[in-house]
Design a binder for this molecule. Structure first.
Ligand code: ZDP
Length: 285
């Protein structure tokens, strides 16, 4: 634990398809009010609250309504979080009560992201444009005209055909015949820490059921197996389109439920799915 004196922190927990986050009202301070070490303790499912990450709603920057920052359950800080931004939109609307807006502009380390709460309760997020160049992912894999599409990668004594996509955070996608047959606990960490990925990587395995329906399992950087990954689902759709395996709009079935993803004509990605309040409480940290 850190040397910070203990404090009582009010928190709320939200989940999107079983990807669960502790949301912290950080609107009064420009940087997160808990440390990465405290976040790791809060995320612990036995010694803490239990979550895949901690998300901070901070004051806006450059004219945006808010800024979002996130710590993974291991205390590392990713650039973006797809399920998390849906939870953050719901959290902001709950905090603002009758002043709530249906759409927010949110600054993230991956740029401007815009979630919109639909009338049916689902949340659609403009996730921005995918980035495909090896330098932006980042990866040392090359070939294929400044993209990494179906390149060979040796992991766990096997050669995998991987496609890499950044949604602000890095993703490595592999198409398989049967996602349930993948030993995620074993291969996930080997992909995550592979030397080809200098910032580590989120790893998705995808089974194409039909061109409008994909099944996905994920090993997240800094969090391990999770029930869903929003940025991962967006990256998976892009990878499937680039490999000629799916339409530009598809449903992605994750262990926690389905997300609808669309790669629009203007190159932006739109993700639609749920986000719900689980409980509120206070913790001494
Ligand atoms: O990039 C990373 O380190 C991820 N673990 C961040 C979290 C991604 C997330 N699961 C999502 O939905 O995009 C929250």
């Amino acid at each position: 634990m850190s040397q910070t004196p203990s404090q009582t922190l009010s928190f709320v927990k939200y989940q999107g398809l079983g990807n669960d986050f502790i949301l912290v009202d950080n609107r009064h301070a420009p940087s997160p009010i808990v440390t990465p070490e405290q976040a790791t303790l809060m995320c612990d499912r036995h010694f803490g609250i239990g979550a895949d990450g901690v998300i901070f709603a901070l004051p806006g920057q450059n004219g945006t309504d808010y800024t979002m920052r996130i710590y993974n359950s291991d205390g590392s800080e990713p650039e973006m979080c797809g399920n998390g931004i849906r939870c953050m939109a719901r959290f902001l609307a709950d905090l603002e009560g009758k002043n709530a807006k249906s759409s927010y502009t949110v600054q993230t380390l991956a740029g401007l992201i815009t979630p919109k709460i639909e009338n049916n309760g689902q949340i659609t997020v403009d996730m921005g444009k995918p980035r495909l160049s090896p330098a932006e992912i980042p990866t040392t894999l090359t070939g294929g005209g400044n993209t990494v599409i179906a390149r060979s990668l040796e992991v766990a004594g096997k050669t995998w055909a991987v496609t890499c996509v950044s949604m602000g955070n890095p993703h490595c996608i592999t198409f398989v015949d049967d996602v349930s047959a993948i030993n995620l606990e074993k291969v996930g960490p080997l992909f995550e820490t592979h030397v080809a990925f200098p910032s580590k990587i989120n790893t998705e395995f995808i089974e194409v059921v039909n061109p409008g329906y994909l099944k996905m399992r994920v090993w997240e950087r800094g969090a391990g197996i999770t029930l869903a990954c929003g940025t991962g689902a967006c990256a998976a759709l892009v990878a499937a389109v680039l490999n000629g395996k799916c339409d530009r709009t598809a449903t992605i079935e994750l262990p926690g439920g389905p997300l609808k993803i669309e790669w629009a004509a203007d190159d932006r990605i739109f993700m639609t799915g749920p986000a719900m309040l689980v409980f509120a409480g206070a913790m001494t940290i």
